[in-house]
Structure formats: C-alpha cells, structure tokens
Design a protein around this ligand. Structure first.
Ligand code: SF4
Length: 256
C-alpha cells in the first residue's frame, strides 16, 4: 500500500540518508501533485489522486514549521535536517523561493545546526527563482535516474517535454552545488523490461555524473511499497559497486 503524508509538517523520521529528518510537504495533504509519475513513487500513481490540486500557503507552512521546531527544541530533540519532500514535487510551488527563505530564517533562529534539504525531480530548474532557492539550501538533492530519455519515460513517466540533455545542462549551472540522487531498480512495466543497472545504463550514467560533477551522489533502491507491483530491489552489494565507480571519478557517493 502506497501512502500520502497527511499534514504540512510530518515526522520527524529517522531517514536512511539524512538522519533525524523533519519533513515539509508543500503539496496537497489529501492528494499527490507531481509532474513525474514514477513507477516506484511511495505516494502512488498520479491517477489515484484526482483530488484538490492546491499548494499549501506560505504562511501556513511558516507557522506550522515554527511551532514544530520550537517544540522539538524545547524537548531537546532538534532535527538534524528539515527536508522538503512530501506528496509530490516541492519546487512546483509558486512561492518556493520565499518558503525556503522563511525556513532558513526559522532554522537560524531556532536550531542553527539543522540542515535544510530539498528532494526534487529537477524539472523546475529552468526557473531562476527555483535555482536561487536551491542555491540557498544545504542539500540540493536532484533526481536523475538514467542517462537515456527512453528509460526516463518508462521509469519516471514525466508530464510534458523532458530531456536528459537539457536537464544535465541545467544541473551544470549549479557548478557542483548539488547532490545527484539516482534510484536503481529492475522490473517490468506495461510490457517494458526495466533495468537501469545494466552495463550500458551504468556506464552512460557515469558519463553524465562526470559531466555534472555534483558534490555528492546518492544511490539507492526501493524500500517501501511501490505502485508498480513487479519491481525488484537492487541489493546493497550491487549499489556499493556502482558507488565505487562514482568514487573512482573523485566524487563522494553514498548508498542508502
Ligand atoms: S518525482 Fe518523487 S513525488 Fe514525483 S512521482 Fe517521482 S517519486 Fe513520486
């Protein structure tokens, strides 16, 4: 069973990749809103969520975040990280930049050691306001699951035009101030065999990693229920051998 986050602020949860993480969901609390429809999305298929497509208001996010951070600090358990994720793509929010500014101000006021992270599918990095915002956060984590458009079409099912070449070009504007995140998996979907761990996929992806030169790469595989039922988790040893090839390029790589 896939599931939604039922509030603007969620958690804290102990994240494999980020530590004690307090989540911020800018998307609707009762439905998913994303311009990808990844076959592994923990929120489920977009088609299952025809509900209200309303972003959470900047003021509501700020007030709820203030209240939760204050309580956590009072309890002696401030978060390690404030993570923008939730029921879809956070950078689609029209006020994303201002929300990031509010969040950084609250972090500085209440829990200066916490990092601010954004998990994004990188589809909005053509917008100058989104780029400015992502350059302000500690962990600008951008998704790219394959170097091949055909694989992205099956794996991520993007709405509208999507091109790996264009995405890579836009990622390069961060000049290394980004973390590249890639989901590795195998399975079948609508008659397509999916496997982004083949030598052909991994070597092309490594070329793209080299071109982007992020400060770090995160590789991971499925962990929770996925809407496509035939997906197979890639084992840690295999992810570690991919990570070693990234590290051979001189780029840090973590395996979650
Ligand atoms: S980009 Fe994230 S939220 Fe959007 S469909 Fe993919 S996994 Fe789900």
């Amino acid at each position: 069973m896939t599931s939604l986050y039922d509030n603007i602020i969620f958690g804290p949860v102990r994240s494999r990749r980020l530590g004690l993480s307090l989540g911020v969901n800018l998307l609707p609390v009762e439905s998913k809103l994303c311009n990808f429809n990844c076959i592994y999305c923990e929120c489920g298929w977009n088609e299952e969520h025809p509900g209200r497509r309303r972003f959470n208001a900047r003021e509501d996010v700020r007030e709820m975040l203030r209240a939760t951070l204050s309580r956590m600090v009072e309890d002696g358990t401030p978060p390690d990280v404030i993570t923008f994720a939730g029921n879809g793509e956070p950078t689609m929010h029209p006020d994303f930049e201002h929300i990031i500014e509010d969040t950084i101000a609250l972090r500085n006021e209440l829990c200066g050691a916490a990092k601010v992270s954004v998990l994004s599918n990188a589809t909005q990095i053509h917008r100058p306001d989104v780029v400015r915002a992502l350059l302000k956060v500690d962990n600008n984590i951008l998704k790219l699951d394959s170097a091949f458009d055909a694989t992205v079409q099956v794996l991520n099912k993007p709405a509208g035009n999507y091109s790996v070449v264009q995405t890579v070009k836009l990622m390069k504007q961060f000049q290394g101030e980004m973390i590249l995140q890639t989901m590795f998996l195998r399975g079948e979907y609508c008659g397509h065999t999916i496997d982004n761990t083949t030598e052909c996929e991994v070597s092309a992806w490594l070329e793209v990693v080299k071109e982007i030169t992020p400060k770090k790469v995160m590789v991971y595989s499925i962990d929770r229920d996925t809407p496509c039922q035939t997906l197979e988790k890639v084992h840690r040893e295999e992810l570690c051998s991919i990570a070693k090839r990234v590290e051979a390029l001189g780029i840090e790589c973590s395996v979650a």
